[in-house]
Design a protein around this ligand. Sequence first.
Ligand code: URA
Length: 236
Amino acid sequence: MGERIAKYLASCGVASRRKSEAIVEDGRVTLNGLTVVDLSTKVMPGDAVSLDGKPVKPKGGFIYIMLNKPRGYLTSVTDDRGRDTVMSLVDAKDHRVFPVGRLDLDSEGLILLTDDGDLAYRLMHPGKNVDKTYYVSLSNPLKEENLHLLRIGIMLEDAMTAPAQVELMHPSGLILRITIHEGRKRQVKRMIEAAGSKVLSLKRVAMGTLKLGGLKTGEWRYLTEEEKRELGVTHE
Ligand code: URA
């Protein structure tokens, strides 16, 4: 997996392979913010590569895809057990796109795929506080005091969560809309379990400024110019 740094630069049209090697050895290239001079360094999907401080983009520019992930697909580029991944649902053959962040195998909803490592870093890095909103259906309604715990922060096995925004979406109390900005493993499910219920289904409907809107399950589309602007994409 991955591609040698000079080959990657050459494939982006920076210079010939040989000249790209010299550019790397001159210390002008960074990988995820760190200068690389070792020519055996590999670029993996999701890595951010810059030359003289400017992001290196693929010929033809970066691409940005919103997918409504169905249940049963992994949010990874490949799977060593041969299971279906979200890559099989989008048409991005000539690009090294990868899913930004993850949804569990049995979760649905908004997932962004891109080859722009810089944007991925900005969206996913802890401390960036990007809101993610989910609709969840529950096995049983939560008591008011437990909803309150979700809203002020609830103890999970590893640590407290940050306060979440939680709204009841149905009088039965069985459907919630919950917004969090952390991205711990199975976080929403674990929060709901800690509050005394169980998630039966979970769908992400928004991430930062992106909204799933009417995109149907299993369908994808390119982001609009406005959506890209709102995400702060300036180097397309
Ligand atoms: N929280 C979860 O528990 N699962 C997801 O897929 C996303 C957020």
